[in-house]
Design a binder for this molecule. Structure first.
Ligand code: ADP
Ligand code: MG
Length: 648
């Protein structure tokens, strides 16, 4: 006496509403199936057998009526609970096997256990056992294309049994097989029945149906007869089948998801590589551009620092006014002694630069003539390499002497002639070369500092510039003196002397801050470009993943039929997208470092790699995977298993 049937359908109907007029496929189906029965559902093609089977297997839901499994109304179950039923209770066997072509026999059989959260070794062993029992011991590593139809169907039977398979649902399992293969499969089903499993078989073939103990006939969606076969007992001795290890379906088996993702990526390596390309370019450009930007910034800062950090520059023109048009004539030689008298000032020099023509013999050279004071080498820490710099006496006497820069010396006296003691013409005035300065390199803006000559400001004003006033004044502050106090002192002094603020005083800290800001802006700009390319790469990933979901709709349907939850499908596709971006990100970092290094080698730029941009770029790639993988993954997870299975 059984009080609660295994499966119970009460007045079940199914009406398809999608596309055109509603189509009622099942009407008022009432069916009770006890545990351990072997039932054949028979009917002509199109009579609704598969529809009924899908409802029984929880792939589909009745449009009306009630379906209870062990007394539980399936209408009260959510998607995950239904997936768990498909995974653990039901075992599907399809007419066309529905194996996954990329997977070996063992791997195909294993899938339901994957979704059950069984460890790899354990489930592989179990799958191997099942396949051996089904006579496929020598075909474990074969792929479906290497197996006959009957063998493939046996693999799919092993898969149905993987989690116990208390209820086997076989929809035309012999439909695609020759008579020999059909016999084998029916023999297996009989054995499974004798072991106590419940078998529900759908067929249009009465010979096949004859294997069952009970035959339910269906016509146009209605049950027309339901009878026990002669000798049939209606229900075998129900037994739960083998003991299945405890499931932990809540645990995301990350390792398995990664394996599946890797396999699917390797399945189409060219496409995978092209998909990754966007990410690789994005990440590589972030890494390389940031390193180049950092290098440039460091270079600029070092050059500024090389010019001396304890300098104050007094510029013409009011503060915070750029390129003031008015000519300010207020910096005069008379200012210098009083500036030198300000406490904390170590040395003061005027500086006036003018692009001039320098001539020696037949040679003309455009150089920068700098009118300055005798303290110039000390103020700028810029030593004389040979000869001497001009003295205070030279300045006082308006001496026509000049110290020349390294570049000037090289260009003017290429043959190794000693420049010292030679006379050069600047403008039309002859000057005696008395010193050659050490090399100082370029300014942050790239001007060659060594393409200059230095003259006493007195001589320069009288003979070359034609004016007494200076462009700017540079003050060197005593070591240990308070920079801002000196700056304030100079300000007070100049305000008293000039009676208006027609000057501005800049210190190196300001200059460095400004340069820093400029360089940072540049770096951010580069970063923005790089991020944009990363986003473009992400869109590429999304595009390909969407295509992939469409292509693999059937695979998704199969996975859902054998127990994957929506979450599992979602997780699989997300893992795939993230893996593309992860590997792409990794490759991008390598390409970026390589690109940065070769840029530095070829162009001679300095590149500085720091951890932050690399980590950020990599993190962005990872995030890109999640963000742009989400949409395709959700699309996959939302597929209706029936429709997905029906897809070619
Ligand atoms: P059987 O398995 O007995 O050959 P099915 O249950 O597959 O029959 O189909 C029964 C009827 O339902 C057929 O007329 C078929 O065209 C229709 N049908 C099946 N699936 C769908 C669907 N997804 N949408 C609309 N009609 C469907
Ligand atoms: Mg069918």
């Amino acid at each position: 006496m059984r009080t609660q049937p295994l499966l119970e359908l009460v007045a079940v109907g199914r009406t398809y509403t999608s596309g055109g007029a509603p189509l009622t496929v099942l009407t008022d189906v009432g069916l009770v199936i006890q545990a351990g029965e072997f039932v054949a559902i028979m009917g002509a093609s199109g009579s609704g057998k598969s529809t009924l089977m899908n409802i029984i297997g929880c792939l589909d839901k009745p449009s009306n009526g009630t379906y209870r499994i062990r007394g539980v109304d399936v209408a009260s179950l959510n998607g995950d609970a239904l997936a768990a039923l498909r995974r653990d209770t039901f075992g599907f066997i399809f007419q066309r096997y529905n194996l996954m072509s990329d997977l070996s026999a063992v791997e195909n059989a294993e899938i339901p256990a994957v979704y059950r959260g069984i460890a790899k070794a354990k489930r592989a062993a179990h799958a191997g056992d099942l396949l051996r029992e089904l006579g496929l011991g020598d075909r474990l590593q074969h792929h479906p294309s290497q197996l006959s139809g009957g063998q493939q169907q046996r693999v799919s039977i092993a898969r149905a049994l993987m989690n116990g398979g208390a209820v086997i649902l076989a929809d035309e399992p012999t439909g695609a097989l020759d008579s020999q293969g059909g016999k084998e499969v029916m023999g297996i089903l009989e054995t499974l029945h004798s072991q106590g499993r419940t078998i529900i078989l759908v067929t249009h073939d009465s010979d096949i149906a004859a294997h069952a103990r009970r035959i339910v006939r269906i016509k146009d969606g209605r049950i027309t007869s339901d009878e026990l076969q002669p000798g049939g007992d209606g229900g075998g001795q129900a037994q739960p089948g083998r003991v299945v290890p405890d499931a932990r379906p809540g645990v995301a088996v990350l390792g398995e998801a990664l394996m599946m993702a890797l396999r699917s990526l390797l399945h189409n390596p060219l496409r995978t590589a092209l998909t990754m390309l966007g990410i690789i370019i994005g990440v590589a450009s972030v890494v390389a551009l940031m390193a180049i930007g950092n290098g440039a910034k460091q270079e600029v800062l070092e050059r500024i620092q090389a010019m001396g950090t304890d300098l104050l520059t007094i510029e013409r023109g009011p503060p915070n006014v750029r390129a003031s048009g008015q000519v300010v004539t207020s910096f005069l030689p008379e200012d210098l002694p009083s500036i030198a008298g300000v406490p904390g000032v170590e040395a003061v020099i005027p500086e006036t630069e003018l692009s001039s023509l320098l001539r020696f013999g037949e040679q003309d050279l455009t150089i920068t003539a700098v009118g300055t004071g005798e303290a110039f080498p000390g103020v700028h820490d810029w030593p004389v390499e040979s000869g001497v710099f001009f003295s205070a006496e030279h300045v006082k006497r308006y001496a026509q002497v000049v110290a020349i820069g390294k570049t000037v010396a090289r260009n003017l006296f290429p043959g190794g002639t000693d420049p010292l003691g030679q006379y050069v013409l600047i403008g039309s005035a002859p000057f005696l070369v008395i010193g050659v300065m050490a090399s100082k390199g370029s300014t942050p803006r790239g001007d060659d500092l060594d393409n200059s000559v230095w003259l006493p400001y007195t001589t320069a004003g009288a003979r070359i510039f034609g004016q007494r006033f200076f462009k700017h004044i540079v003050v060197r502050v005593k070591a240990g003196a308070d920079m801002s106090a000196v700056q304030a002192g100079l300000h007070t002094l100049l305000m008293t002397r000039h009676r208006k603020e027609d000057f501005n005083i800049r210190n190196m800290a300001d200059t460095i801050a400004t340069a820093n800001e400029t360089q940072n802006t540049l770096t951010y700009l580069l970063a923005a470009i790089a991020v944009i390319s990363l986003v473009v790469g992400g869109i590429g990933v999304m595009n390909i993943m969407l295509v992939s979901v469409t292509e693999r709709t059937r695979e998704i349907g199969i996975r859902m039929a054998i127990g994957a939850r929506s979450f599992d499908v979602m997780f699989q596709f997300l893992t795939e997208a993230v893996m593309v971006c992860f590997i792409g990100g990794l490759a991008g970092v390598l390409v970026g470092i390589g690109g940065g290094l070769s840029t530095s080698a070829i162009a001679g730029w300095r590149v500085i790699f720091t951890v932050a941009p690399i980590a950020i770029a990599f993190g962005c790639a990872f995030l890109t995977g999640i963000i742009f993988g989400y949409l395709p993954a959700r699309k996959a997870a939302r597929l209706d298993p029936i429709e997905a299975l029906a897809r070619e």
